[in-house]
Design a protein around this ligand. Structure first.
Ligand SMILES: [Zn+2]
Length: 465
């Protein structure tokens, strides 16, 4: 009898520990938009090459659980951010372009909505616009990702505690051709609206918070990391602030989705230093969650994945068996900001702009022609492109988020060739993406082989009763 009792107690104990281990109170869901294996390997290579100030701390790629995730959508082997965001938020495949709906336009319930219904705090944050595809998939259901105004209105009605990002793409319904104002809708739903640095200190009595960037020069992004700290919003600060706000407010725990949205922008632009800047920022944001995890290791789960890969990035290109991070490291300008400087130079000097002036711009920002020597052939090619721009014969090279003059585009192609970053597309690729996890419930993602992106929110959902 006694031994049966002991066995029963042991059995109960083991059930309790299993359930506890798989029921994290605090869930962090990090999504690197456009962060494929090539991007993560770029970050690893970077930290291997460059003096690593964060060395004693863990990088997200060092987390104990890692796996591979397929990203295809319902109608394509190459997904867009809408279908991939829907898969990661709602656990269902859909067609490219659709948000929070399945392929038959049936509205889906995201894991964030389920967390809210279970009494948890919810924060949805992105370094790009808060109505962009990835964050939108967590609170909205629309047949088109371009329905920005309606998406923002659904954000206002979400009841989520914190929505944070760069701005809205259509806050007044101008593109939707319907007059309105999403800000008043947020306020009517109990949201305090904060801008830029003011958001660093969210008042504890704030019921709900909408936190937007204050820098109108980069409306689609809180500012690209490689262009330097704008003293305003950054992803790490957003994560830290979100933790403070939700931890005190919700003893039952919280769910936080934080997107590194501009990794994708830089991938579309095939911009090596730009991509690395965003990856480092994303890594630093995960580290904020990791610091929290260290204080609450048995109750915290951190999951990091990506919606898809952007750029078809490889480490090593054109038959060269090497990567030269040391020439990427000093670069402190994005391709978009460089194109802007080129435009200012040309506008200021017009037809009297000289090749020497362009050369000094390249040397100053990219080291090209200075620390990174150019062959006569390479310089000759760029001079031809320069002449085309001078003669107004240059056609803009269009990528999803930015357009570049042909000269800037070729300068960056040359830069990629010098550091041996290979790109196969200015769009997305169908390559798989990684998943990393640590903490309570992380074992659920271990030893699974290749998983599909739709499985991730289903697993997260299963951990919360
Ligand atoms: Zn993209």
């Amino acid at each position: 009898m006694k031994s049966i009792r002991i066995t029963l107690v042991l059995l109960l104990l083991s059930i309790v520990t299993t359930v506890c281990a798989a029921t994290p109170k605090y869930i962090f869901y990090f999504i690197g938009d456009g962060m494929g294996l090539g991007q993560v390997q770029a970050l690893r290579t970077y930290f291997k090459t460059i003096d690593d100030e964060a060395a004693p701390l863990m990088h997200f790629y060092d987390f104990p659980v890692a796996g591979i995730v397929t990203t295809y959508s319902a109608d394509s082997d190459v997904t867009d951010s809408a279908a991939a965001g829907t898969a990661l938020a709602c656990g269902s495949k859909t067609r490219n372009g659709m948000i929070g709906m399945d392929a038959d336009t049936v509205a889906l319930t995201s894991v964030a909505k389920r967390m809210k219904a279970a009494g948890r705090g919810v924060a949805i944050m992105s370094s790009v616009c808060i109505d962009d595809a990835t964050p939108a998939a967590f609170y909205a259901s629309r047949p088109s990702r371009g329905d920005y105004y309606e998406i923002a209105r659904q954000g206002a009605a979400s009841g989520f505690d914190l929505l944070a990002g760069a701005y809205f793409r259509d806050p007044y319904g101008i593109k939707a051709r319907t007059a309105g104002n999403v800000f008043t809708e947020f306020q009517a739903n109990g949201y305090t609206i904060m801008r830029g640095r003011n958001g660093y200190n969210i008042p504890q009595d704030a019921q709900r918070v909408l936190w937007l960037d204050n820098d109108s020069t980069t409306e689609n992004c809180i500012g690209y990391a490689v262009d330097g700290d704008n003293g305003d919003m950054t992803l790490p600060v957003m994560v830290r602030t979100g933790i403070d706000f939700l931890y005190k407010k919700y003893p039952r725990g919280f769910f936080m989705m934080a997107e590194g949205g501009a990794i994708d922008h830089m991938g579309h632009g095939n911009d090596p230093a730009g991509v690395l800047g965003e990856l480092r920022e994303f890594d630093a944001a995960v580290r904020e969650a990791y610091e929290f995890y260290k204080k609450h290791p048995r109750e915290t789960l951190i999951v990091i994945t990506a919606d898809h890969e952007t750029g078809g990035l490889s480490m090593g290109a054109d038959g060269v068996y090497a990567v030269d991070m040391s020439i990427v490291e000093p670069v402190n300008i994005s391709k978009g900001a460089f194109a802007q400087e080129m435009r200012s130079l040309m506008n200021k000097n017009g037809k009297s702009t000289t090749w020497e002036q362009v050369k000094s711009l390249m040397a100053q920002h990219l080291g090209l022609g200075a620390d990174v020597p150019l062959t006569a052939g390479e310089e000759g090619h760029l001079m031809i492109q320069f002449q085309k721009v001078l003669d107004n014969r240059s056609e803009d090279v269009k990528t999803l988020y930015q357009n570049f003059d042909e000269l800037t585009d070729d300068i960056f192609k040359l830069f990629s060739a010098k550091c041996h970053f290979g790109w196969t597309t200015t769009g997305h690729s169908g390559n798989p993406v990684p998943i990393f996890a640590i903490g309570a419930g992380a074992e659920k993602f271990d030893n699974r082989g290749w998983i599909d992106n739709t499985q991730i929110p289903l697993m997260l959902r299963g951990m919360v009763k």
